[in-house]
Structure formats: C-alpha cells, structure tokens
Design a protein around this ligand. Structure first.
Ligand code: SAM
Length: 301
C-alpha cells in the first residue's frame, strides 16, 4: 500500500493545466443551492419574510451581474471576492430594498452585486476616494456617490422602511451602529468586522468590531490586542521588470473605558447579529483572501 493511493479517485493528469474549472450546469445548480441556503437563513431571522423571486431568476441575475463584474475587473484587489459577491447578490434580491446605502464603495464591486434587487430605486454611496470607482450600474437606478461621511448625511427625504445599509469602510463598527440607528436604519450588513483572527489579519479591522461589541460584557478595561501585517508594495517598470518590497507594520488596540462604554451603547441598539452563511461550498474564490472574510447581518431595534 502506498500513501494516499488506495481509494483515491482524483485524476492527477499533469497535462491538464486548469487553474480551476467547473461545468456550467453544475455551477448553476450550486448557485441555486446557495439561494436555498441564503433563503433559509433570512427566513429564520426576519419576521414576515416573503419570497418574491424564484431561485431560477435569482441565479440568472447573479450570473449576468457576476460576468459583468468580471468584465469590469471588479472581482480583484480591494473589491469583494466571489463568494461574498454571490451572498450579497442573493441577499439583495431576496430582501429587495428600494434604498441601498454603502459606506466604502471603492471600485464599486459590492454596488454592482446588489443592483439586481427588483425594487431598488436609489443607491447612496460614501467614500472619501472616488478615483478607484469603475462599476457600471443599471441606468434605471439613481446613483448618488458622495465624499462626505455617512454620519453627516441627512436621509430625511429617503424612505428607510425598505432599506439596506452595507458598511465596508473598515472603521469603528460601534460608531457606525449608533449612527445608523440614530438615522432610523434597521438592516445592516458589515464586511470585515470580525473577531480575533479577522482583526489580526487586517490593517483596518473596523475596531471595535462586531464580535467585541457582542461580547462587551466579557471585556475588561486594559484588554489589549497587538498584531502585525506585511505591507507589500509592488513596482512595475513598463511590464518588463517588476519587484515587490515587504515591510512589516505593527498595530495595537486597547479596550479602555470609553471604548467599552461605546460598545455597550452600540450593543443596546442591536436586536441580533448573524454571520451570513459562508458560500465556499458553492463558488470558487480565486484570490488569496484572509482566513476570515465573514459578512454579518445586523438587525437593529
Ligand atoms: C475594502 S474597500 C471597499 C470595497 C468596496 N466595497 C468594493 O466592493 O469595491 C474600503 C473603502 O473604504 C473607504 N473608506 C475609508 N474611510 C471611509 C469613510 N470614512 N467613509 C466611507 N468610506 C471610507 C476607502 O476609501 C476604501 O475605498
């Protein structure tokens, strides 16, 4: 008996040099299966949740939008990876908001992912930097892109009863929860607001992030996290010669009284925090990603 060989059914033909491939029909079935997964997730947590779209239609919309996102080079550095694009696309089609607000739109990959929601009339995006934005969204959706901060914007003229807010700005989740709650939003999605491992993998980890807000009663003044991260700078000379320089950066975060009080205030506004199902089982993610790229759905009181 040699190691691994006895019942191994995998074809290890070295001449087949595919990085990754799956037949179309198989992928379609997996997309529909991921729809079932997200549907059950939402049905469990949202009272009176009504199904207004079929898995066929949802999967068709996703495929079209995902192909457009790839063609626009949005599934790349800084944008959301494949499985999060899929989750966002299905969630937005199922929740079907008329207003979508995003803080941290960067190149616009998540904006395109949500834009298949049938009722969607208006997208309001916030980001201090607009030079990276390149998504082409459906023209029948009003698009307002702003450099002001989410906290400064007055949503009084908007209908918040059918709204979804997505935070991908990697800053202070507790403040974002308080601001969103003050403005009257109920359904929020947070990207990159993780626990210990997810924090230690990021330069901008949204601290105090959801896990620590949720567990604020276990925090003690002086609790401290220290971590490091390689920052890589790539240099490319006329596509002829390239090299990269790595420099380790060091970070720390301490839970002082003010931060703990802030977490407590934010916790009081939260009705529930849910990890959005990880869709690794259904779609291949090509890019090297951090260990934890969980998205969370947060419902406010
Ligand atoms: C990871 S990127 C967002 C990716 C984006 N959602 C996408 O799919 O392309 C984070 C973005 O947050 C933005 N950002 C930083 N501070 C911000 C703030 N105060 N408000 C809104 N966006 C901010 C950054 O400029 C950056 O574009």
């Amino acid at each position: 008996m040699s190691a691994f060989s006895d019942y191994d059914l995998v074809n290890r033909n070295p001449l087949k040099k595919k990085i990754f491939s799956i037949n179309d029909d198989f992928q379609n079935r997996l997309i529909k299966l991921s729809f079932e997964r997200i549907f059950l997730f939402l049905k469990d947590i949202i009272p009176d949740f009504k199904l207004e779209i079929s898995s066929d239609e949802c999967a068709r919309n996703f495929k079209k939008s995902f192909a457009a996102a790839k063609a626009q080079n949005l599934i790349s550095y800084g944008g959301i990876p494949e499985k999060n694009y899929l989750a966002l696309s299905i969630i937005s089609q199922l929740l079907n908001p008329s207003l979508y607000v995003e803080s941290g739109f960067f190149k616009g990959s998540s904006l395109l992912a949500v834009s298949d929601a049938k009722n969607l009339k208006h997208i309001i995006g916030f980001d201090p930097i607009h030079s990276e934005y390149k998504a082409k969204l459906p023209i029948d959706i009003k698009l307002t892109l702003l450099k002001t901060d989410f906290s400064k914007y007055n949503f009084e003229d908007e209908n918040l009863t059918s709204s979804l807010v997505y935070f991908d700005d990697h800053i202070n989740t507790a403040e974002r929860i308080l601001q969103a709650s003050d403005k009257g939003f109920k359904n929020l999605i947070f990207d990159d607001s993780c626990g210990l491992m997810g924090t230690a993998e990021r330069i901008y980890p949204s601290l105090p992030s959801l896990f620590f807000i949720d567990n604020v009663n276990k925090l003690i003044e002086g609790d401290k996290i220290e971590w490091s991260k390689d920052r890589e700078k790539k240099f490319n000379f006329f596509n002829f010669f390239s090299f990269s320089l790595k420099k380790k950066k060091y970070f720390s975060f301490q839970f002082d009284k003010t931060t703990i009080d802030l977490c407590k205030k934010a916790r009081e506004r939260i009705s529930a925090i849910h990890k959005i199902p990880d869709l690794n089982d259904y779609i291949y993610t090509e890019r090297q990603m951090p260990n934890d790229i969980t998205q969370h759905l947060v419902t406010l009181k």
